[in-house]
Design a protein around this ligand. Sequence first.
Ligand code: C5P
Length: 217
Amino acid sequence: MIITLDGPSGSGKGTIAKKLSEKMQAWHLDSGLLYRALAFFMNNHPAQAIDIFIAECDVQWISETGETVVYFDKTCLNPYLRTEQVAQLASKIASDCTVREILLHKFRALALVHPNMIADGRDMGSVVFPQADLKCYIDAPVDVRAWRRYQDLLKNDAAIQYDDVFFQIEQRDNRDRNRPCGALCCPDKALVINTTKYSVESAVDYIMSQIQKNITC
Ligand code: C5P
């Protein structure tokens, strides 16, 4: 069973996907983390081939926490991937159709090994898994998403400015929505969830109720 959750940055899809994967004990594929890992790798090893990194990186799911983890050369890359700098690099390389094609094959290969999967990202339901058992589109207005991200970043950086966070989110949205392939959109027949109206818990409960209603395993 494959469930996809797509949506813009800060919509809450990652948190919802993590909780769903914990509750359902289904593999969580955080596809953005792979884009981030690739961007981080390319930034540090500009001469290396992309497909070598993708073929050799090891993607794991930690069932106790619902988290996706990426290793390369036995090193866990996660501690380096959650910065705004890596997010911007990831969003830039994500406009390259060759990069997207390589990652699409990696995502599908992971789903063959882990057929019970919650996949979150920008194009999981629209391009990578269009035949998913349930497709969701998780959304919220840009000011709400920027405010959430600002509150989050404020915990570690008292000097962070809301306007800067807003600008970065808007910039990433524009790039993600307007690229030539795998552009962020609401997939066909997706369940639309606006997280200004739903808490994480109620969104998870709602999606689980739709899974029970629509899917017979
Ligand atoms: O979801 P996250 O913020 O970690 O993703 C980082 C970047 O990776 C996004 O801004 C987007 O450009 C890219 N991405 C993508 N397609 C996906 C997942 C992420 O283009 N399926």
